[in-house]
Design a protein around this ligand. Structure first.
Ligand code: PLP
Length: 394
């Protein structure tokens, strides 16, 4: 162990993301190696016993933790300003792990209707099997949050910005409501990343990430994280250790390295997305554009208050409904058609027939997923090439 291994928690943003290298192997490596091992050995039976009881710190088994996944989580906690955290094999494993570990039969969850399709499926079709009821609210109407809360409400769950319509929810205001009633406020921060928004610093209890998106940033690996105060993370950790959605050592290593460049990449994603949003708004062929920094955005002022920048996604509606949207996608020459986002490559998605296809038409309409809606994840290519491709496809 070198003196520099114990990184003080005061390290700021990028410095923490780069310098929080917690475990060295003894070979004086500069960059953290990948620890491809399923388990760790003990010097003695007593050491094994004491590590299992928690009396001694140390690695046990990669379903519990691994130096690579530990480093990733340590950095993420520093960036988000949370006490504790755990990594998972995907964003959905993080969301399911948080909900399943903290909710009990008889509890009620209130969620924004504008959330990722698979999260809606968990809340509507999986949690009720275990006696957990739910209510959805139109997150733009703040009164609906208050009206939906019941004595048995245990958790409020939301995304801000939301997938795919980029709705923005006032986290400080909502946390005042949840705190007075002892309700856990859980925020999926995937779209903003810790670079643009820190929900825990705005009053949220749990911060959840799909690290598969901007954190990886190059479309290579799946990963997720649940971050928050020690007492909540301990419960979530008990659940994930037993049920097994562990982040693989290799993916943990990739994601830890990715954090080192996240803020630089987010700068470029955001500036290019803003240029694309302005450009699309100036085009007559577009019905409307959704981007948190635009004057036309419903909650621009809240976005300005709680986010550093508008993010890397732009959603817009083309005329001609589903056919118009598919024709636009088919005419793209460079921008990929895919359901992922947050990649260095720009990606266009038709939410109505892919990520939100399992919802009914009424449910899609209620969250603004119209047949002509396109979600564009603006990548790191030269902005002129991105704009040219969009223009020729229009
Ligand atoms: C906001 C949001 N949360 C969670 C997920 C799920 O993440 P993963 O694909 O890593 O399971 C996604 C996937 O698109 C997402 O957009």
């Amino acid at each position: 162990m070198s003196k520099k291994d114990n990184i003080p928690r005061e390290y700021r943003g990028d410095t923490a993301a780069i310098r929080a290298q917690m475990k060295r192997s003894g070979h004086r490596e500069h960059s953290q190696p990948v620890y491809l091992t399923s388990s760790f050995v003990f010097e003695s039976a007593e050491q094994a016993r004491d590590t299992f009881t928690g009396e001694l710190e140390g690695q046990i088994y990669s379903r519990y933790n691994n130096p690579g996944t530990d480093e990733f989580i340590e950095k993420l906690c520093l960036l988000e300003g949370t006490e504790d955290g755990l990594s998972t094999s995907s964003g959905m494993a993080a969301i399911f792990g948080a909900l399943a570990s903290l909710l009990r039969s008889g509890d009620h969850i209130v969620a924004s209707r504008s959330i990722f399709g698979s999260t809606l499926q968990i809340i509507s079709n999986i949690l009720p099997r275990w006696g957990i009821s739910f209510s959805y609210v139109d997150s733009r109407d703040f009164r609906q949050w208050e009206e939906a809360l019941r004595p048995e409400t245990k958790m409020v769950f939301l995304e801000t910005p939301s997938n795919p319509c980029l709705d923005i929810i006032d986290l400080e205001k909502l946390s005042e409501l949840t705190k007075t009633r002892g309700i856990i406020l859980a925020v999926d921060n995937t779209f903003a990343t810790p670079v643009l928004q820190n929900p825990a610093r705005l009053g949220a209890d749990l911060v959840i990430h799909s690290a598969t998106k901007f954190i990886d940033g190059q479309g290579r690996v799946l990963g997720g994280a649940i971050l928050g105060p020690e007492n909540l993370i301990e419960e979530a950790r008990f659940f994930t250790r037993q049920t097994g959605p562990a982040l693989s050592p290799f993916n943990g290593w990739v994601l830890s390295k990715s954090l080192e460049t996240l803020s630089l990449r987010m700068d470029r994603h955001c500036s290019s997305a803003r240029t694309v949003a302005d450009h699309l708004e100036s085009r007559r062929k577009i019905n409307y554009v959704l981007y948190p920094e635009l004057d036309s955005h419903f909650n621009r002022e809240i976005a300005e208050k709680q986010m550093k920048k508008g993010g890397g996604l732009v959603s817009f509606e083309v005329p001609g409904g589903s056919r118009g949207a598919m024709d636009f996608l088919n005419r793209l020459k460079m921008i990929s058609i895919s359901s992922n986002l947050g990649d260095s490559r720009s990606i266009a998605t038709h939410p109505a027939t892919t990520t939100h296809a399992r919802l009914t038409e009424e449910e899609r309409a209620a969250v603004g997923v119209t047949p002509g809606l396109i979600r564009l994840s603006v990548g790191l290519e030269e902005i002129e090439d991105i704009l040219e491709d969009i223009d020729q496809a229009l």
